[in-house]
Ligand binder design. Structure first.
Ligand code: NAD
Length: 247
């Protein structure tokens, strides 16, 4: 197992990609702090981990709220006695709109949750990892953080910010034994995509070179690899997991 006797923290782990990551880390032996804004969904992830004989505990946190985010690392240490790795997964999309129609409130929501939330979470994790002299972080970015995103400008700007944060902090802390990487998912079949009619899903899949939608487990696999010692000489990368979309 990759993470025996280690502890992990995953934000937005109540559903989709975050849940798949939490399940995967637990299956690899990590004790997992499952965090989300949706308490019921978070508790369900914990129950799934426990049903598979893993260890997990739930802590509510809206990543846009600094106090709630800052309580996560102390909770991990109180609960499991340690924190070795973190996955900053929370991020919110929006309805596509031309830039001239986007309200300041819509812009702020995207930036607050997706970029500021990742910053706040990463900042509190870094304070702990610097003190203990090691740690590993994966931020969940997006292809929207690499390429143009017409009609999704706030989301694209926020995810480009997440990529910049990842690369900058990776260099800042490389000498201290802390690695910071990002995973950039392509189209992954979580709630939003899963709820589309089969025809629409097939349309999306047809545009992907591998001719299928990604699954949350595809992102969990890449995240587990980057967090683990198997990636011990890898920091500051943005790993696309997109079936070849941006190749
Ligand atoms: N699904 C995709 O195709 C795709 C593609 C690229 C990037 N991503 C990124 O992956 C991440 C997860 O996406 P997903 O598709 O699994 O989402 P999802 O909608 O399936 O799950 C999102 C989870 O986030 C929680 N959440 C929402 N706002 C939050 C907040 N402010 N604080 C804490 N938790 C919050 C929700 O309660 C839910 O449990 C996001 O950062 C998203 O931008 C997803």
């Amino acid at each position: 197992m990759l993470f025996e006797n280690q502890a992990a923290l995953v934000t937005a782990a109540g559903a989709g990609i975050g849940r798949a990551i939490a399940l995967r880390l637990a299956a690899e032996g990590a004790s997992v702090v499952v965090s989300d804004v949706n308490d019921e969904a978070g508790a369900e992830t914990v129950a799934l981990i426990e049903a598979a004989n893993g260890r997990a505990a739930y802590k509510h946190a809206n990543v846009a709220d600094a106090d709630e985010v800052n309580a996560l690392v102390p909770f991990a240490i109180e609960t499991f006695g340690r924190l070795d790795m973190a996955v900053n997964n929370a991020g919110v999309g929006a309805m596509p709109k031309p830039v001239q129609d986007i309200t300041a409130a819509e812009w702020d929501r995207s930036i607050n949750v997706t970029l500021r939330g990742t910053f706040l979470a990463l900042q509190s994790q870094m304070a702990h990892f610097v003190k203990q002299g090691g740690g590993s972080i994966v931020n969940i970015a997006s292809l929207a953080g690499i390429s143009a995103t017409p009609n999704l400008t706030p989301y694209g700007a926020a995810k480009h910010g997440v990529v910049s944060l990842t690369r900058s902090v990776a260099k800042e802390c490389a000498e201290q034994g802390i690695r910071v990487n990002a995973v950039a998912p392509g189209a992954i079949e979580t709630a939003a995509l899963a709820s589309l009619p089969a025809e629409a899903k097939a349309g999306y899949a047809a545009e992907i070179p591998m001719k299928r939608l990604g699954q949350p487990e595809d992102i969990a696999n890449a995240t587990a690899f980057l967090l683990s010692d198997q990636a011990s000489f890898i920091t500051g990368v943005v790993l696309r997991v997109d079936g070849g979309t941006e190749a």
